[in-house]
Design a protein around this ligand. Sequence first.
Ligand SMILES: [Zn+2]
Ligand SMILES: [Zn+2]
Length: 245
Amino acid sequence: MLKKIGKEILDAVYPKRCPICSEILVPKERKICSSCSEELPVLMEPRCKKCSKPVLVSEQEYCFDCVKKQHHYARGYACFLYNEKLKKSLSEFKYHVKKEYADFYVAAMVAYLGEWIHKTGAEVLIPVPLHKNKYKRRGFNQAQLLAEGLSKALSIPVDTKLLVRTIDTIPQKKLDNKERMRNLEMAFSILTNGKESEKLFPYKRVILVDDIYTTGSTIEACTNVLQRAGCPEVFFVTVCIGSGF
Ligand SMILES: [Zn+2]
Ligand SMILES: [Zn+2]
């Protein structure tokens, strides 16, 4: 009883808000307001068969970016096309600790991508890691929150120990794309049994989880590190993806 009253007081003082426009949600069980729900740019076909970015016509198999870069992950999907509203929402989520927004993002990922996630046969979800300094500053890793939500809904375990970010910021000036990628890859390491090791990789198929895919370089760097450690197949899921053209 006390718990219920406590919850009612909390709901009155901190009502649940729409994760996109931050209006108060009515009824409070909703995860997003009705007008934002209608406007959200859900990704539909035709999409790139590699990264899921929209392509102009269905005959176009891959987006320009995937043709140019030949990413090493098997395939990945995002829910929404990144726009100003989602940019604001994701920045509230990450930088203003609106952790509750994860509920909506997870629900959308489950609804739009849940079936595909199961079809990949992935044994584990791996959130793109934050460096421990950034984790301390932010207090949480947004990718981990998303992965944990997906894990609960889809009954696939999460591994937050295996892939770690060991270098925080990398100077990228005066580097070409190849050098930049090599540098970014050096920021990530694989830890097995708590030790840095490139042997005995425990999974055959993994799904990387992140909030946004823009140039794809972070996902690509993580993929290369995982593959070098012995993981044959890497997929990804994100909430948003940039259009790329
Ligand atoms: Zn709204
Ligand atoms: Zn693509």
